[in-house]
Design a protein around this ligand. Structure first.
Ligand code: GLV
Length: 319
């Protein structure tokens, strides 16, 4: 009988769908990942696994799972999966594109506005009982209107972000591996070299996935090229940013502030230098976290597993 390993607790109606296909072994925690040792044990006789970005699919996992046919990743990004390796073994990997695009763009926009208008600092000020009167420059922030906004990574999420910018009367620039003339025409987005994006943007939003090309793209030299009052937002992957260089840039006034949904190490180490800074807003990787979207992501993983175990092509293959 087929066996499906599910590495997080998911709602019962989804489990019931999986149980009509195969035996299900589910980790019973929703906020704590399945321990690696247990995952390696569970995967031994599994034909499918439903994973999150906490699980790394590498040589050790592949060697431990001779019957594996599909890895369904509950995320659009798949840097946690060694794609060359799963290809070599003929294992199908799937992700959850499209269903999370608008929700993730909304989180990016929320972070950008929260940082620009210093919402977190201002809210703490009220909570701490520091509010004494209206002040001419009390929490004076930065306007989005008429700003140059640079998008690094013009995939589905970058485009959804750009569509939102249109309503805020901004000048949109972008940098990407390839040009997207449809977006240039529809939204008036200007394709620029990476250095121009750094030098001319008032806001930079990174939506890029982690690849060899994007790793550490935002490093000391990049932050030095940015405007001193620039705001940097990252909703792509943590390792696209050299976080030590970012902390230094924020401390020394190389750039003004940042908002991060993703970090190199998740969860963050509480001694991380970025946590000591007021001009930083960090949220715990919640880009796609609306109830509807998370339900859709889970359903897509279930559908992909169902297809593959029924010898049909998956809906959203990566490879
Ligand atoms: C989240 O980061 C995802 O890749 O879906």
């Amino acid at each position: 009988m087929d066996k499906i390993v599910v590495t997080r607790k998911i709602p019962q109606p989804f489990v019931e769908q999986l149980e009509t296909i195969a035996h299900v072994e589910m980790w019973d925690e929703s906020l704590v990942p399945m321990p690696r040792v247990q995952f390696l044990e569970a995967i031994k006789d599994a034909t499918a696994c439903f994973i999150t970005l906490s699980e790394k699919i590498d040589q050790e996992v592949i060697a431990a799972s001779p019957n594996l046919k599909i890895v369904a990743n509950m995320a659009v990004g798949f840097d946690n999966i060694d794609i060359d390796l799963v290809n070599k073994k003929g294992i199908i990997a799937t992700n959850t594109p499209s269903v999370l695009t608008e929700t993730t763009a909304e989180l990016g926009f929320t972070l950008m506005l929260a940082v620009a208008r210093r919402i977190v600092e201002a809210e703490k000020y009220v909570q701490n009982g520091q509010w004494q009167s209206w002040g001419p420059y009390l929490f004076a922030g930065k306007d989005l209107s008429n700003a140059n906004v640079g998008i690094y990574g013009m995939g589905e999420i970058g485009k959804a972000f750009a569509r939102r910018l249109k309503g805020f009367n901004t000048n949109i620039m972008y940098h990407n591996r390839s040009r997207h003339e449809d977006t240039e025409k529809a939204l008036g987005a200007l394709y620029v070299p990476f250095d121009t994006l750094l030098e001319q943007s008032d806001f930079i939003i990174c939506t890029a996935p982690l690849t060899e090309d994007t790793k550490n793209k935002f490093n000391e030299s990049a932050f030095k090229k940015m405007k001193n009052d620039a705001i940097f937002i990252n909703i792509g992957r943590g390792a696209v940013v050299d976080e030590q260089a970012l902390a230094t840039a924020l401390e020394t006034g190389e750039i003004a502030a940042c908002g991060l949904d993703v970090l190199r190490e998740e969860p963050i180490n509480m001694n991380h230098p970025l946590l000591a800074l007021d001009n930083v807003v960090i949220v715990p990787h919640i880009g796609s976290a609306s109830v509807i979207t998370r339900n859709r992501m889970i359903q897509l993983c279930v559908d992909n597993i169902r297809c593959v175990l029924n010898n049909q092509p998956p809906k959203t293959p990566i490879n």
